[in-house]
Design a protein around this ligand. Sequence first.
Ligand SMILES: Nc1ncnc2c1ncn2[C@@H]1O[C@H](COP(=O)(O)OP(=O)(O)OP(=O)(O)O)[C@@H](O)[C@H]1O
Ligand SMILES: [Mg+2]
Length: 229
Amino acid sequence: MNRAESILQVKGLYKHFGSGERRVDVLRGIDLTLEGQESIAVVGASGVGKSTLLHILGTLERPSDGEVTHEGVNVFDFHEQQLAAYRNRTIGFVFQFHHLLSEFTALENCMLPALIGRKNKRESKERAEFILDLVGLSHRLRHRVGELSGGEQQRVAVARALVLNPKVLLADEPTGNLDTNSSRNIHELMLSLNQEKKVSLVVVTHNMELAGMMQRQLQMKDGLLNEIE
Ligand SMILES: Nc1ncnc2c1ncn2[C@@H]1O[C@H](COP(=O)(O)OP(=O)(O)OP(=O)(O)O)[C@@H](O)[C@H]1O
Ligand SMILES: [Mg+2]
């Protein structure tokens, strides 16, 4: 597959935060290519920069230097509004700290990306109900997220990421708060999306079972990514 067809590519990616004595160099020249339907696990110690990398891949944060292309297009050339619309259409993001709206119901949280993407209310609701059922939450549709358990909230976050059938799913510790059984359900759901719906996956995880289910395993260390043999 040539470069223009790679679903996502980064070249010479650098990211630092702060300046002077407080400067932290997090990413130090990362190259990474994600092909269509590929699945990648990113592992590494706490604070090493995994979430930072995922945020940049998902266009939520700008790099300090380097190029990020999605299907050959430099996404950071987009204006903010274009970028937000592109993100909404293309990328599903499961945040490490889920960022759900706790005063809204599970159903409303899942409908939101669809409504923002200008789907009508009925379609948004049907789609959200379908996905919430897939993650085992059909009995909690109308519960406010603040009233759900940590694991249930995480499942809502996974459902919200999937509601618009993204091409790429970026998941940051998607099953960090879940028991073994619930984790397996989510792992299997992600794998079946990858294999049947051809969704490309980048998953940050400490769970070696989940990492082992991905086609490639990469370790982040000292601001760089290396293939784990
Ligand atoms: N907005 C920010 N401002 C300043 N420093 C930041 C910011 N975001 C992240 N950092 C720093 O960058 C480093 C990498 O953070 P990041 O959240 O990417 O780590 P991580 O690998 O995801 O860790 P964990 O496994 O604990 O989630 C940390 O040292 C963190 O303090
Ligand atoms: Mg993190």
